[in-house]
Structure formats: C-alpha cells, structure tokens
Design a protein around this ligand. Structure first.
Ligand SMILES: Cc1cc2nc3c(=O)[nH]c(=O)nc-3n(C[C@H](O)[C@H](O)[C@H](O)COP(=O)(O)OP(=O)(O)OC[C@H]3O[C@@H](n4cnc5c(N)ncnc54)[C@H](O)[C@@H]3O)c2cc1C
Length: 466
C-alpha cells in the first residue's frame, strides 16, 4: 500500500523532509507518495538567490556554519560537492561599529567571548573599567549557572561584565538572530557557553581551550560554507531530487484536521483537500498554530507561544573605486549602544568569490529585528536610504549605488528566548497525542540551515521507514 505524506511549505524543512522520506522508503522497498504544498510561487522560503547585472545575490541566508556537518553533507549527496565554497581567506575577520566608525574585532573573540587578554587590553572598544572587570574573570570564584534558563547576555555578563557582553555577545546575537542578547536563551543559542561556564571557573579560559587551532601566520579556517551559485542551488537540487510534480506552488494550506479514511486531511485555502497518513508542518510555528487550531487549541497555543521577529536585507552595488575602505573583512556588526538602524553589514564580494563583476563590490545591510519590525512596513526607497546613511557613515564614503535590492522576511526568524527548551518540550508533548502530525523548522532545535536540515532529515527518515 502506498502511504501518503503532505509537507506544508517548500522551504528547506518541507523539501528536505520530503526528500528524506522518499529516500528512506526506497531503501526499504516500500512506496510513499509525497506532496509539498507551497503558498507562494517559488521554492526555498528564506533561501532566495537572484542574478542581477552580473551580480549573484543571496537575499536571505548566504551560508551555513561549517562546523555543523548536515548542510555540507546534503550538498555532497545531491551532487553539489564541487560547488561548495569557503570564505575568502585573507578577509576572515569582522569589524565592529564603534562611535560612528569601524574598529576591527580584537583577535581571539570566540562566540563573543574574548580568549586573549593582550588584544582586549589594547582595544578601544572597552573602557578601562570594563577591561579590569574582564580580567576579574580569571580570578573571581566560579559563577553558579542556574539550573533553569538564563539569557545569553546575562550568562556572559556575570563572568565578563555588562560592558564586554554588550560590546561582543550582544551585536553577534543581533547579527545572527535579529534578537536581543538579554532575552535570548543561553541554552538555546550558545549552549557551549553554558557548558564552559559550568566546567571552568573562567569563561575566557574555557573558550580559549575550545577555540579552533590555527596555523601560525595562516588564515583561520573558513567558519562558513556556501555554494558557488548561491544557496538557491541547494533548493533547486532538492526540488529536482523529488519525484516530478511533488511540489505544488500557489497552494496555501488553510487547516490540518483528522481525516476519515486516512489519519489527516489537509485543506487548502481554495477549499480543496488532500488526505494523508503523515503531515509535516514545515512553516513557522505561528502558521502551524493557525492550521491545527481546529484540531487542538492547546497545541495551537503552545505553537503560537514561540516568539518571532522580522528582518530585511538591503543590497548595494558600487564601483570599487567609489569606496576608499580596504573592505578587508566579511563585514561588521553593530552594538545597540551605537543607536543605528543597521544590525549588521556584509561585504558580500569580500566574503565570497565571484559575487560581483570585476571592478565592482556588493554590500548588504541588515535592518529590522526585535522591536524594530516596523521598518519592514516602510517602502523600499526609505529602507534603502536608512541603510545607506549608516553604511556611508560607518565606512566614510558617499556615492550613488549602481543599483539596490530589498528583501523582506516577515515573521520568519524564531527567537529562542529564555525558556525556549520548555516551550519546545510542551509542543512535543502535545504533538505526541496526534500520531502522523509532525512540526519542524528553525524554531525547534536551532535556527540555522544545518539545524533545520538535521531535524527535517530525522523526521522525513522516520516517516519513510513507516
Ligand atoms: C534574513 C535571514 C538570514 C538568514 N541567514 C542565515 C544564514 O546565513 N545561515 C543560516 O544557517 N541560516 C540563516 N537563516 C535561517 C534560515 O533561513 C532557516 O534556518 C531556514 O531557511 C528555515 O527553513 P524553513 O523551511 O524551516 O522555513 P522557511 O524558509 O520560512 O519556509 C517556510 C515555507 O512555508 C511556506 N508557507 C508559509 N505559509 C504557508 C501555507 N499556509 N501553506 C503552504 N506553504 C506555506 C513559505 O512560503 C515558505 O516557502 C536566515 C534567516 C533569515 C530570515
């Protein structure tokens, strides 16, 4: 008998779970029919790659953390092994916005935690009292790590002081999560730091011991991987790997309710429906909440309790000669105390090879984030000029861009805030009462591409095995 799987959303979650289910069923010699229902006209969700006037633009994510193997392994499995690229070696550093300009991140900062005292003592990024407070990490008695959760900002501040936490961890978290270090969960964002704090009296010492070793004088290893033709080529490869016609575009799902002949009935916005043995809810938890509310209000409430934020990216192409800055880094992050609209900036053509034609550069600014979601409601030209003011001020230039592009990501960035693991456990416990209903995505076990792929693969594989 052929089992039927319906995946809601053709982002990475929906596509990878469908792919893993087909693969597992094939390996067992059983048959499964998969349908991926996508509301919009394209696959990929947050992953959007475009070519424009010879530039290659990854509008959302541009890479994944190389130390997490799932995305790299999936690319190899799909025949994209030769297309995996690393960041440009000589630019493997970041700048920090400081007093309206840019200062290089001091050497040896790992997950926002300094590991070397010398660069810290020399940096203009900290006051002398903050430097003295930092040194106290080496001599103070161990800090107790609460059994429950604590914010990542608080965890680091207890050891290194609030100023150092605000200077390094806070902008890093804003750049990754578009969230606030003082409300994001330590256990859900940087669990390694929780382990360091438990294991070692000094956070700096523990971070140093765990830091990747680098060859003397050589560039540090590439912390990120991407694809030569952009992350969208992973999406294309996944769609191609699925049985033809599996992905249906322009098919927004309206509800998921218990079925009569099969376990589940998936109803689309146009009133049509599909029957399924398994349903994967692969979009945000707030969307999943809407879909399952007719079935279980407590499950819907638990799903809706995960907070999200929105972000926008604004791209600028310039002739290289218009910028005096050496652009010798992957970009910069902006501490909140700078009072700027930009959360971070990426020097795309310094970070990755072949993103901009010879003699030009491509820059990207991040806007929005927690408490600033309203920015996304403003028209493109306003977003462009806001990002441009900050870019030109920080990088000390003034020039007309060759072109600009704006991408909006509304409520698609989950915020694993304090208590996140308990919220996810509550969802899982309620889901257990609904066999065949699966909720996956970046809100559960990590927000990044590798985390999303890991959970989708695990879920699809279990469904495919039956
Ligand atoms: C701006 C930005 C930058 C990021 N940068 C990085 C990065 O550099 N590295 C990294 O590792 N991660 C990054 N991420 C995180 C990464 O994008 C996510 O881990 C991943 O894309 C999540 O995929 P998903 O399929 O779970 O969700 P999504 O990509 O949100 O996909 C959900 C899909 O469901 C569809 N959908 C919604 N409603 C319905 C409905 N009713 N019916 C049918 N379909 C529906 C949507 O149209 C969408 O296609 C970034 C995220 C953002 C927003």
């Amino acid at each position: 008998m052929t089992r039927r799987l319906v995946c809601v959303g053709a982002g990475l979650s929906g596509l990878v779970s469908a792919y893993a289910a087909v693969k597992a069923a094939r390996a067992q010699g059983t048959s499964i029919e998969v349908t991926v229902l996508e509301a919009s006209a394209r696959a990929g969700g947050n992953l959007v790659t475009e070519r424009h006037e010879g530039f290659l633009i990854d509008g959302g994510p541009d890479s994944w953390v190389a130390a997490k193997p799932e995305a790299t392994a999936l690319c190899r499995e799909l025949g994209l092994g030769d297309a995996i690229i690393e960041t440009i070696p000589e630019n493997r550093r970041v700048y920090l916005a400081h007093r309206g300009g840019l200062v290089k991140m001091p050497e040896g900062v790992v997950l926002g935690v300094p590991t070397k005292l010398g660069p810290m003592l020399r940096t203009p990024l900290l006051s002398w009292s903050a430097k003295a407070r930092l040194v106290a990490d080496l001599v103070l008695p161990p800090t107790e790590v609460p059994e429950g959760d604590v914010s990542i900002g608080e965890l680091v501040a207890r050891r290194l002081g609030r100023e150092a936490a605000g200077a390094f961890v806070e902008p890093l978290l804003a750049g990754i999560y578009a969230g606030d270090a003082w409300s994001l969960s330590a256990r859900a964002t940087f669990p390694q730091l929780v382990e360091f704090a438990k294991r070692d009296r000094s956070l700096m010492h523990a971070a140093r011991a765990a830091a990747p070793k680098r060859h003397a004088g050589g560039a540090p290893p590439s912390a990120f991987h991407s694809l030569r033709d952009g992350v969208g080529s992973l999406v294309d490869a996944l769609v191609k790997a699925l049985p033809e016609g599996s992905v249906r575009f322009g098919s927004p799902v309206a509800s998921v309710t218990p079925g009569t002949e099969t376990r589940w009935r998936v109803t689309l916005a146009d009133g049509s429906h599909l029957d399924a043995d398994d349903v994967v809810l692969g979009a945000s938890t707030h969307l999943a909440a809407t879909l399952v509310r007719p079935t279980s209000a407590p499950l819907a409430d638990a799903l809706a309790a995960v907070p999200y934020t929105s972000a926008a990216t604004v791209f600028f192409a310039y002739p290289r000669r218009a910028l005096a800055h050496p652009l010798d880094a992957t970009g910069f992050v902006v501490p909140k105390r700078e009072g700027m609209r930009l959360l971070a900036g990426t020097w795309v053509s310094s970070k990755w090879p072949h993103r901009a034609p010879e003699g030009t550069v491509l820059l990207r600014g991040f806007l929005g984030g927690l408490g600033r979601e309203g920015a996304l409601d403003r028209p493109d030209d306003e977003l462009v000029s806001e990002a441009r003011i900050d870019l030109e001020r920080l990088m000390r230039f003034r020039a007309e861009p060759l072109f600009t592009r704006v991408y909006r990501f509304r409520q698609t960035s989950p915020l694993p805030s304090v208590g996140h693991h308990a919220r996810v456990a509550a969802i899982r416990a309620l889901l257990a009462a609904h066999p065949g209903l699966h909720a996956i995505g970046s809100a559960y076990e990590g927000v990044g591409i590798p985390d999303t792929i890991r959970l989708a693969t695990k879920t699809g594989d279990a469904i495919g095995r039956g």
